[in-house]
Design a protein around this ligand. Structure first.
Ligand SMILES: O=C(O)CCC(=O)C(=O)O
Length: 261
């Protein structure tokens, strides 16, 4: 059935929800280009409710940044904030991250046993000309097995004007490429290069699904409002940090044997 702009099916679960079905064309696009967009997975009301919840944590982070020199890591007060471990801090957000929609998407792509690897909101304020640089998520922390899956969920409409992401189609096939440190984040491709990939606008409640090896960036926010995303990353259970050799056993289980954990 496709009333919501994506194929969907009813699953057995707490409330017999409709969950999105990934089509063969989307699977092919993921294999070829390293990404696809899943439209209208959640309603605007669901996104507004989630955004209100997330904003409480984002505000605390913003205030902490302002009181501590204005920047920490890749977060900069009043410009771009990465507010992480939301599911670990907030039971309602944890419940959201383990919803059947995510079980369906992640088990179809990665396999039957899935953990929540990382989660963070990314809020971009109108900030002039600054991009968030081209990178692969594995560039920040290389892991095995790779790639895992990044679900970039738009809490409000992400557009070319307000700093939606762009991806470099096919880049995941290169494996992990070198990244350089810059004052605004790791970078693996120059913003001056004529090839600036493909813009990926994402409507509120829709998801850009991509591999952790897919090179992506986000553009400057030239609008007058915040651009709000929740970035949720899922991996096979028992992921290993290849820098430290540590097997990550402290993650929130999402699926086991293909079913909600
Ligand atoms: O949402 C953004 O502006 C960029 C986020 C991003 O690239 C990431 O979290 O890896």
């Amino acid at each position: 059935m496709s009333g919501a702009g994506h194929e969907s099916k009813r699953v057995d679960g707490k409330d017999n929800r409709l969950v999105p079905t990934i089509t063969e064309a989307q699977m092919r696009q993921l294999q070829e280009d390293g990404y696809f967009v899943l439209d209208n997975v959640f309603t605007h009301d669901e996104m507004d409710a989630l955004a209100i919840r997330i904003e409480q944590h984002q505000q605390i982070h913003e205030e902490w940044l302002a009181a501590n020199g204005g920047a920490s890591g890749i977060s900069r007060a009043n410009e771009i904030t990465f507010t992480d471990h939301l599911a670990e801090k907030d039971d309602a957000i944890k419940e959201f991250c383990t919803r059947p929609e995510f079980v369906e998407i992640t088990t179809k792509i990665l396999g039957p046993d899935i953990d929540l690897y990382w989660n963070q909101s990314v809020f971009k304020q109108p900030e002039g000309e600054k991009e968030f640089p081209w990178h692969q998520d594995d560039g920040y922390t290389p892991v095995d097995p790779s790639p895992y899956l990044t679900l970039w969920l738009a809490l409000n409409d992400a557009t070319p004007e307000n700093g939606c992401i762009s991806v470099m189609p096919g880049s995941w096939k290169r494996g992990l490429v070198p990244h350089e440190h810059t004052p605004i984040g790791l970078a693996c491709h120059s913003s001056d290069d004529p090839d600036q990939g493909t813009l990926v606008p994402v409507k509120a409640g829709s998801i850009a699904v991509f591999y952790s090896l897919t090179m992506h960036k986000s553009g400057p926010n030239r609008s007058i409002g915040s651009r709000k995303a929740y970035v949720i990353q899922y991996s096979n259970a028992g992921l290993k940090n290849t820098r430290t050799g540590e097997i990550l056993t402290d993650k929130i289980p999402v699926a086991r044997a293909g079913k909600s954990a």
